[in-house]
Design a protein around this ligand. Sequence first.
Ligand SMILES: [Zn+2]
Length: 284
Amino acid sequence: MPELPEVETVCRALDKLVARKTVQKVHILRDKIRTTIPPALKKLLPGYKIKDVERRAKYILINLTRAKSPSLTLIAHLGMSGQFAVAGGQKPRLREKHDHFMLDFTDGTQLVYNDPRRFGLIEYAPTEQLGMHKLFKDTGPEPLEKTLTAKNFYARLQKSRAPIKSVLLDQKVIAGVGNIYASEALFLACLHPQMSAAKITPAKAAELLAAIRLVLKAAIKSGGSTLRNYKSADGITGLFQHRFKAYDREGTPCPLKNCKGEIQKIVIAGRSTFFCPQHQKKSC
Ligand SMILES: [Zn+2]
């Protein structure tokens, strides 16, 4: 499933590929994904111009404007297998199986949403009301935003006695960290994944926030390098080859210098968790 860095990578690529394009026509080819794609989009979007594409948690936000009209935001989630592709120019893209949604632009290009497993989502909201939208009203701060200070993060952790690993996956506490990066950040911050969030000290909370930022930024950086657009390859997937230190490395020696531990796998709240029992202790 795409996590924050993959979604960020997709947003940056889409922003480069579709910003400033004007929607001419909306096609809803198969409307049932996780929810029904709103049929109102067909009438609503033509004439709107894409202002930019940004990310909130694991959602892609395509912001659109039109003179004398309220700004709109298309909200997309890739689910398990969703992909956006930009096609077009002189050779329009042939319809493919699992194409669900398509925008024709006035310059002859197209933006296509393809999703074989159909766990994705496409909705919309007036841009001004986005913060109040049901998908976002309870979402915590973005980990990469400077407005999230170490002090604020510490205060958020203090509210829960649950294992820190689960708390990092709680979207109300912090948006979009995800299963892989929670394991990686705890590894770097030398924190045991089962440690109660409320027991973490202010200094450790600051270290953990820095570790979260480090792993997310590194993943975004490597994600960007493997991105391709539809013309040259098979869609904007945001897949990347990232070398994890703990995640999915059960039974291998801890890659930390001077640590003789071995990576273990445990399950916390139903999710696989990888850590090194040697340098990630409950007492630290
Ligand atoms: Zn270790």
